[in-house]
Design a binder for this molecule. Structure first.
Ligand code: ADP
Ligand code: MG
Length: 477
C-alpha cells in the first residue's frame, strides 16, 4: 500500500483593529444590535464611493513587516463578484493580481524545533455581512455590521505536512498579529479565522494532489481535528479506487467530520477586475520605514531575549512570551525583585496554575498585580517569609487581595523587638570576623549576607528593615 503525505496550505482572515471600516466612516466593533454599524457605503447604496482607510493600510503593513514580507509600492483593489445576500454590492472589494504584501513567512515551533513556513501573499479586503437562518421561523436575516470591516487575508504556500504544523503556524501567526497591535485576534468573534486547504499525495511525489478547502474554522483545536479527519478521508477515497473532488467543505465539530458544502469556485467564476472607484494604492518607502521603526519587539525576538538575558529555559521563555501582557508582567516582577528565575518560577507555577484553575487568562486581569507579587517575592528573598509561608501568603493575596506586608504582619510573627534583633546581629558579626573586615574595607554588598544570616538564625521571623538598619549601624560604627 502506498504511503501518503498530506499537503496543507492555510488562508487566514484577520480583522484589523481600526476604529472605522475599510472604505467608509461607519464604526467597527461591538454594536448594540444588528445593522447598527452601517452607512450608505456599507450598504452598497447607488452613487456612493469608497474612500480607503489609511489606518487599515498601516496595520496591514505592520503585519507584513513583522512577517518579513515585501510591501508593494503599488497595489490595486479588485472587485470579486459573487451573489449572496450578505454582499450588498454584488461584489467584494479585495485585491487580486497586485496585492499589497508578498513573500515572507512565519517561524513556529513544532515539537520543540523551529520551522519556517512561507507565505505567498497578504492582501487587504472588506468583510461581508452575516446571514442568520432562523430555525423556528422560515426566515433568514442579514446583519451588515461586519460588512466592509477591514481584513487582511494571509495566504501560506502549501508548505505544511501535518495538522500539528498547521496548528503551530496558526498559533505563531496569531501571536504576531496581536503583538503588533494589528488585531485583537478574538477567535470567538471570528476576528481570526482560517480556511484550510488539504490534499494528499504519495510520499515522494512532486505534483500536488487535488485539494479540498475546509471553510472558516475559528479554533486552533478544531483546525487540527478537521485537517486530520480530511487527510484520512482523502486517503480512504483514493485507496478505495475513487478520486478526491475539488470542493469546499465544512467542519462539523459535533459529528467530528467534514461535509461537502459546494463545488470549489475558480478565479474566473469571480470575474475579478480592478475597481474603477479606487486609485492605485501607492505606499511611499518612508512610510514603510516609519512603520518598521515603530514595530514593537516581536514575540520570537522577545522569547530569544528572555532565554539570553534572564537565562530562562526555552519552556519558561515560551510560556512567558505567549502574550505581550504576560511578558510585560514578568519583566516588571523580574526588575522589581532582581531575581528573574524566581519571578519566572512563581508566574509560570503558582500564578498561572491558580488562574488556569479558575479558567481565567492573565491578560484579563490578575488578582495579584506585578507590584504585589514582587513585594511578596522580596519578602521571600529577604528571608522574611519562608517558601512555605510565601505560598500561603500568595494564596491569600490571590483569593482575598491581601497585601503581602499585611499578611506577614498577621501571620509572620516577625521579631520586631530592636534589642533582640541587635543581639542577633551582633552574634552574626562576631561569628564572621572575615566578612566584617571585608565589609569595612568597602565590600558593602556583604550587607545582604549579614542580613541573610540573621534572617536564617531567626527562621525568617526578624523584621528585615530593622535587621538592615541595625546591621548597617553596627558595621559602620
Ligand atoms: P483560492 O483558494 O482562493 O482559490 P489559491 O489557489 O491561491 O486560492 O490557494 C489558496 C491556498 O491553498 C494557499 O494557501 C495554497 O497554499 C493552498 N493550496 C493550493 N493548492 C493546494 C494543494 N494541492 N494542496 C494543499 N493546499 C493547496
Ligand atoms: Mg481559498
Amino acid at each position: 500500500m502506498a504511503e501518503w503525505e498530506a499537503v496543507i496550505g492555510l488562508e487566514v482572515h484577520v480583522q484589523l483593529a481600526t476604529a472605522s471600516k475599510l472604505f467608509c466612516g461607519a464604526p467597527v466593533g461591538d454594536a448594540t444590535g444588528p445593522n447598527q454599524n452601517v452607512d450608505p457605503v456599507t450598504l452598497g447604496m447607488p452613487g456612493v464611493l469608497p474612500v480607503l482607510n489609511r489606518e487599515a493600510v498601516e496595520l496591514a503593513i505592520r503585519v507584513g513587516l513583522a512577517l518579513g514580507c515585501d510591501i508593494a509600492e503599488h497595489s490595486r483593489f479588485a472587485r470579486k463578484h459573487y451573489f449572496y445576500p450578505d454582499l450588498p454590492k454584488g461584489y467584494q472589494i479585495s485585491q487580486y493580481d497586485q496585492p499589497l504584501i508578498v513573500g515572507g513567512g512565519v517561524w513556529a515551533a513544532v515539537d520543540g524545533a523551529e520551522r519556517f513556513f512561507e507565505l505567498t501573499r497578504i492582501h487587504l479586503e472588506e468583510d461581508a455581512g452575516k446571514t442568520i437562518h432562523s430555525s423556528s421561523a422560515s426566515k433568514s436575516f442579514v446583519d451588515f455590521n461586519r460588512a466592509c470591516v477591514p481584513l487582511v487575508e494571509i495566504v501560506s504556500e502549501p508548505c505544511m505536512r501535518t495538522a500539528g504544523e498547521a496548528v503551530a503556524y496558526l498559533k505563531a501567526l496569531h501571536q504576531i498579529v496581536v503583538a503588533v497591535g494589528a488585531s485583537d485576534g478574538n477567535l470567538e468573534k471570528g476576528n481570526f479565522r482560517c480556511d484550510a486547504n488539504v490534499s494528499v499525495r504519495e510520499r515522494g511525489a512532486t505534483q500536488l494532489g487535488t485539494r479540498t478547502e475546509i471553510k472558516n474554522v475559528n479554533s486552533f483545536r478544531f483546525v487540527g481535528r478537521a485537517i486530520d479527519y480530511e487527510v484520512h478521508r482523502q486517503c480512504n477515497v483514493i485507496e478505495s479506487g475513487g478520486a478526491v473532488v475539488q470542493e469546499t467543505r465544512l467542519w462539523d465539530e459535533a459529528g467530528g467530520r467534514t461535509r461537502s458544502m459546494r463545488s470549489k469556485e475558480h478565479a474566473h467564476d469571480y470575474r475579478y477586475f480592478p475597481d474603477p472607484d479606487l486609485m492605485v494604492l501607492e505606499v511611499p518607502r518612508r512610510w514603510v520605514e516609519e512603520i518598521f521603526e515603530a514595530l514593537p519587539e516581536l514575540p520570537r525576538d522577545r522569547r530569544q531575549r528572555f532565554e539570553r538575558e534572564y537565562a530562562l529555559t526555552p519552556y519558561d521563555a515560551e510560556v512567558l512570551t505567549q502574550t505581550v501582557y504576560r511578558a510585560d508582567y514578568f519583566e516588571s516582577v523580574a526588575a522589581a525583585t532582581d531575581d528573574a528565575k524566581l519571578a519566572a518560577n512563581w508566574i509560570t507555577g503558582e500564578l498561572l496554575a491558580a488562574l488556569n484553575k479558575d479558567g481565567v487568562e492573565l491578560d484579563a486581569g490578575s488578582p495579584v498585580s506585578p507590584e504585589a507579587l514582587a513585594e511578596m517575592l522580596r519578602l521571600l528573598i529577604g528571608g522574611v517569609i519562608s517558601g512555605k509561608m510565601a505560598k500561603q501568603c500568595f494564596a491569600a493575596m490571590y483569593a482575598q487581595g491581601v497585601g503581602p506586608s499585611a499578611w506577614v504582619e498577621e501571620h509572620g510573627g516577625q521579631i520586631t523587638d530592636e534589642g533582640a534583633i541587635e543581639q542577633e546581629v551582633q552574634r552574626v558579626l562576631d561569628a564572621n570576623p572575615g566578612q566584617v573586615s571585608a565589609y569595612r574595607a568597602g565590600k558593602v554588598k556583604l550587607l545582604g549576607f549579614f542580613v541573610g544570616q540573621v534572617m536564617k538564625a531567626t527562621r525568617g521571623k526578624a523584621n528585615p528593615q530593622s535587621v538592615n538598619a541595625i546591621a548597617r549601624r553596627l558595621l559602620d560604627a
